[in-house]
Ligand binder design. Sequence first.
Ligand code: IMP
Ligand code: MG
Length: 244
Amino acid sequence: MLFAASSNRWLRIAGFLLYFRSGVQTRVLTQHCVEETCEVQSRFRSGDEMPKTRATKRGPKEPKDRVRVLITARRIRERILALAKQIRKDFPGEKLHLVSVLKGGVFFLTDLARHIPGEVSFDFIAVASYGQNTHSSGQVRLTRDLDSSIEGRTVIVVEDILDTGMTLQYLLRLFQQRKPKHLRVAVLLDKPERRIAAVHADYVGFTIPNEFVVGYGLDYSERYRNLPYVGVLQLGSGAKVENE
Ligand code: IMP
Ligand code: MG
């Protein structure tokens, strides 16, 4: 009887200790996750330099990639507003058909479309570059065509960035064959130093120096597209970022 009572007491103590230990672990984990989320959210809200992610206890410290802000979200917004006004002024009363190149041009297209008054429709196309040193080899191919015909329509090609110009040259040739009424080009960014093809954009958001940029749709291996600003990517390894 006495033995049963004391073993019961020991069982209760052991149970309490186990419960207490798992509770502490749960609290530590929850706090950790909340802090991670805040870090990501504040990074996205501020438009400032991306903070270093905390090193985990498990792996050795690896130098993190950083993004130096080049064009803030606010400047992008203001510039797109002005471009939208200009486009409508150039084509008063016309139905405008915006054609964006997946995936980089998507944010630019949606923001531009929202600020152009009057009738606007849009469509998407996707291209891929292949081979080594793809952009200078000029080998661009279509991976997704438009849903509808552009014949007789006022078409504005909406691209994230005009770099070597090979992609745009390919697209303009393709679209010209389809006999649009007007064909114009709007790019958020223009990097004239790297131009190979003789193409130009009718509407340019910002002219930038020859640096690899990410954010606002632009990626590096599919990362960083969701940053609300445009920034220069600096790899943690210190290596120079090459165009993919
Ligand atoms: P282009 O054919 O050389 O003009 O390159 C156009 C495409 O290359 C863009 O639509 C982007 O997808 C990609 N690109 C060129 N420069 C950059 C950059 O600085 N950051 C991210 N992507 C870029
Ligand atoms: Mg890209």
